[in-house]
Design a protein around this ligand. Sequence first.
Ligand code: URA
Length: 429
Amino acid sequence: MNIIEIISKKRDNKKLSKEEIEYFINGYTKGEITDYQAAAMVMAIYINGMDYEEIKDLTIAMANSGETLDLSDISKTIIDKHSSGGVGDKITLIVMPIIASFGIPVAKMSGRGLGITGGTIDKLESIPGYRTDISLEEFKNNIKEIGISLIGQTKDLAPADKKIYALRDTIACTDSIPLIASSIMSKKIAAGANKLVLEVTCGNGAFMKSQEEAEELSTLMKKIGELAGIETICVVTNMDQPIGKAVGNSLEIEEAAHALKGKMEEDVKQVVLTIASYIIKLAGQGDNLEENKEKILEKIQSGAAYEKFTQLVEKQYGEVEYLSNIQKAKYIVPVKAETEGYVEELQAEEIGKASLMLGAGRQKKEDEIDHTSGIILEKKIGDKVEKGEVLAYIHSNKEDIEETKQKILNAYMIDLEKPEEYKHILNII
Ligand code: URA
């Protein structure tokens, strides 16, 4: 077998065998296949797609590219959650401590930002000292001791995904169903959980632009999950506008900390309550979703959920004090409305691009993140706006932000008529 033949087969839209897929994944993981060959292969998959069997084989090969964790000695039920990516998506940071506060073990391996979407690992790393690269042994110990651990992709778990994920980001291959499904599910299989809730985002700020595509991705991941013995539920969420107020790493940590203390934006609240109530059901702690939501609110009101978050931060060497006193960027500049009316649209994609311009995400694989930069959205879809009122604040360490300001203004569409109510949850699969 050789990689050039395999690339040309996919380039010509032919089906790859299990052996060919394994050859590509193993060769790329070991560094025997180069970045440029892998880029050609990934682009061929992006353009020509894969059928279910190929996607399943790709996922399993990626999951087996490194160690796979066995967490069965910790508990019969290990919970994981993952988002297919969005702008301002800090749901994981809020849901996971809530779940751990129920005594349900949480083992979560997250990713970095991809394209315009932020990544939980970049957000956590904005907390001084927080280590996302602890050993797998420490990861397991933390779950045993405090019931939660949140780490980045280690070089040991699904290393093929780590390499392909970073590569995709730099060759415009992020929004592909086979590539997303295999990326997410390989990590989930390797990380050892057996119950999974996936937040599948859809809309202009997500990789899946339409609800149909998001549902197709959901059905596929659910099928792969079940094949691997992971009970999976997909919550399809609306990502036409960013979720919550903050976009940017430290700013989202601050919003997550506030949410865990009970100060939650309405959209964040709906998504958090839906996802967390399904996780509690999957964990066998309550079939009634409405009752689960009540119990979640109690965990927040009692301070138990926030306490779990601080335990997590402390255990992974982060400065807990930072959560209530985040470092701010050098310049905080308002963006003001030029007309009055109602916010009809707030395009998540444009806001994501604006946050990239500020340095909150990476344009190139080796770029350093500017953790304190980002955007605070003061007005969201449906809000009434007066001319001259603040729509958003830019948090920047660069002085010249004219272009970013314009991008944010372009993201807002203001109309005299009040728009239809914006739906946050679109489907459960
Ligand atoms: N999250 C992942 O882990 N992988 C993707 O491809 C997209 C979102």
